[in-house]
Ligand binder design. Structure first.
Ligand SMILES: Nc1ncnc2c1ncn2[C@@H]1O[C@H](COP(=O)(O)OP(=O)(O)OP(=O)(O)O)[C@@H](O)[C@H]1O
Length: 235
């Protein structure tokens, strides 16, 4: 997106969510976006997914697919059918959709849980099923909105490590919105720091560290500090 502005009509006049926001992700790159609560991060993701239109500026024509904060799995459907949902929504028949989803269960450590209902899965497993569903949507860019926010701390670490491995093995273009600066540095190729509302990019930090990364690595700690400073300077 280039120089995007977006406002909403509020009860007490217009709320300006974004003003002059620019963001670019090269193919196969993971860009993390960090910013204070309410600075327009979810608005930004909805814009790149084509769910909203900008008031000014431009957004790439090919919309991204959104993986929301909550896994939003259908409680009455099996894990496999939940994962296959993105394909069903595109008109693919049930058996073909299931066949396409099945290999991802093997790859993502979910084999044997195809018939399980979401309630029988751990939070981390549900998030992986939701991720399979996002991948199967077949869009070139994945937009992840705080994908680990609803998980407890230990599960969050486990799923973060899993996502880092998955993206290293199967690079995707990802825009990851998070409150968690450490998560951004662990997962991203570039961290974009936003100003408070109206949000715009105030700093872009290239990460450039080999993977796997550990939160205790000196370079990870140093970059986390730089990102926190940029966030602090922006408020
Ligand atoms: N549909 C809408 N109608 C009115 N105001 C909206 C709408 N969507 C967002 N806003 C406002 O725009 C601003 C940015 O909201 P947004 O949800 O994009 O921020 P955020 O950075 O994702 O917040 P958080 O980190 O708390 O989830 C907020 O002040 C919000 O109240």
């Amino acid at each position: 997106m280039e120089n995007v502005s977006r406002s909403f009509a509020g009860r007490r006049g217009a709320v300006e969510a974004l003003r002059g926001m620019s963001l670019r992700a090269r193919p196969g790159e993971v860009v993390a976006v960090v910013g204070a609560s309410g600075c327009g991060k979810s608005t930004l993701l909805e814009l790149i997914c084509g769910l909203q239109q900008p008031d000014a500026g431009t957004v790439a024509a090919d919309p991204a697919v959104l993986m929301p904060q909550r896994d939003l799995l259908l409680p009455w459907a099996s894990a496999l059918d939940n994962a296959a949902l993105a394909l069903r929504a595109r008109g693919v028949g049930r058996e073909r959709a299931r066949a396409a989803a099945r290999p991802w269960f093997e790859r993502f450590g979910l084999a044997g849980f195809e018939s399980a209902r979401p309630a029988a899965l751990s939070g981390g497993m549900r998030q992986r099923v939701a991720f399979v569903r996002t991948l199967l949507a077949g869009k070139p860019v994945l937009a992840l909105d705080e994908p680990f926010a609803a998980l407890d701390a230990l599960t969050r670490q486990e799923v973060q490590a899993w996502l880092a491995q998955t993206l290293a093995a199967e690079p995707r273009t990802v825009v990851l919105v998070t409150h968690d600066v450490e998560e951004a540095v662990l997962l991203a190729d570039e961290v974009v720091v936003m100003s408070p509302r109206p949000g715009r990019a105030v700093a872009t930090l290239p990460v450039g560290l080999a993977r796997p990364r550990r939160r205790t690595d000196a370079a990870v700690v140093a970059l986390r500090e730089r990102a926190l400073q940029a966030l602090g300077a922006a408020t």
